[in-house]
Design a protein around this ligand. Structure first.
Ligand code: NAP
Length: 327
């Protein structure tokens, strides 16, 4: 017996229009698997990379989508960690979330606490786990340290800013419009720079009185990389974790020597690689939501059928915060 589902698939890389809705059949869950009826799907910039072909997909046709919340519809015979009817959320680098039904490894899902809605879970799981490991596991940061975060009004950005402030950091955020500046400021940024109208490197040097920042979190890549290195304090760390504007330039490691800088490109899957690591990170994230440390309500809810429009909005920089797709 197989299940009928509606999925958005791509048969080639390209613009938002390559996403097409099709009827598909989904197998019953095998050993170690759960079948999830998605209720709310998260929208992430990484899915733009996969759609465009910046990152390859394993084969065509491909169902993109890396994150969703939903209800367990069926479980494999050996699965005991979740049961039919449980509300769960998942966000691995496994595709398939752009669908009404999704087969998933049982040990890669988290049960959503009663206090958290499916909308919050789908808005926050991938982005919140990312903000969390960036702040807690990549760089040694102490209260009072100053960090620079690019695209601060974005999905990861708004969660990062709120959590960074809760940890006592000074946060400088960059954004591309005045509207986004107001949103980043409301999330807690101490200073916001519009990097379309201002030279952010000069402004950061002014704001820090020439001292520079302890760390830069840069998911923009090409457009910001060189100046991100330039504004680091001695022994500072550049954390590149995305490339929304394109590939950053290649550099000679010796360029890091005069100020003993560090450069790293971390990815979430490495930080939640084992089931215990995922469970511990999810618990920390859910606690942060429950305690009011971070607000993770979706900024916009698109009907799933408007996925093409949602992709266009995300890549054209029209979204702020975390947008989700209502199934
Ligand atoms: N390595 C990891 O573990 C990991 C995990 C999750 C996400 N990420 C990365 O983190 C970044 C944020 O992800 P997200 O899903 O929350 O997306 P997002 O921040 O909501 O959207 C991307 C933002 O990047 C900025 N941007 C700058 N130049 C751009 C350009 N040329 N085209 C499009 N956008 C541009 C835009 O903000 P402005 O308009 O304000 O410039 C845009 O809103 C992405 O690069 C993603 O790949 C990495």
């Amino acid at each position: 017996m197989s299940y009928s589902a509606k999925a958005a698939r791509i048969h080639q890389h390209g613009g938002p229009d390559v996403l097409v809705f099709e009827d598909i059949k989904v197998n019953p869950p095998g050993a170690g698997q759960v079948l999830i009826r998605n209720t709310v799907i998260g929208l992430n910039f990484v899915e733009v990379y996969y759609r465009r072909g910046t990152f390859p997909v394993p084969s065509f046709p491909a169902i993109l989508g890396n994150e969703a919340a939903g209800i367990v519809e069926a479980v494999g015979s050996d699965v005991t960690s979740v049961k039919v009817g449980d509300r769960v959320v998942y966000s691995d680098d496994v595709h398939g979330a752009y669908s009404t039904l999704c087969l998933y490894p049982a040990d890669r899902v988290a049960i959503i606490p009663h206090s958290i809605t499916d909308h919050q879970a789908a808005a926050a799981f991938l982005k919140g786990l990312t903000a969390r490991y960036l702040l807690k596991e990549v760089v040694d940061l102490a209260p009072g340290d100053t960090v620079l975060y690019h695209a601060a009004a974005g999905g990861v950005g708004l969660i990062f800013v709120q959590w960074a402030k809760a940890l006592g950091l000074q946060v400088i955020g960059t954004v591309s419009s005045d509207e986004k500046a107001a949103i980043a400021r409301a999330a807690g940024c101490d200073h916001v720079i519009n990097y379309r109208t201002e030279n952010f490197a000069e402004r950061v040097q002014q704001l820090t009185e020439g001292a520079g920042v302890h760390a830069v979190f840069d998911s923009v890549g090409k457009d910001t990389f060189n100046d991100s290195l330039a504004v680091l304090a001695p022994r500072g760390t550049l954390v590149v974790f995305g490339k929304a504007s394109g590939n950053p330039p290649l550099i000679d490691p010796f360029a890091l020597a005069p100020r003993s800088l560090k450069l790293t490109w971390p990815v979430l899957p490495v930080f939640v690689a084992t089931a215990p690591q995922l469970a511990a990170a999810a618990k920390d994230l859910f606690n942060a939501i429950d305690s009011g440390l971070i607000n993770v309500e979706p900024s916009r809810i698109y009907p799933f059928e408007q996925l093409v429009e949602a992709h266009a909005d995300l890549e054209e920089r029209r979204t702020t915060g975390a947008a989700v797709l209502q199934v």
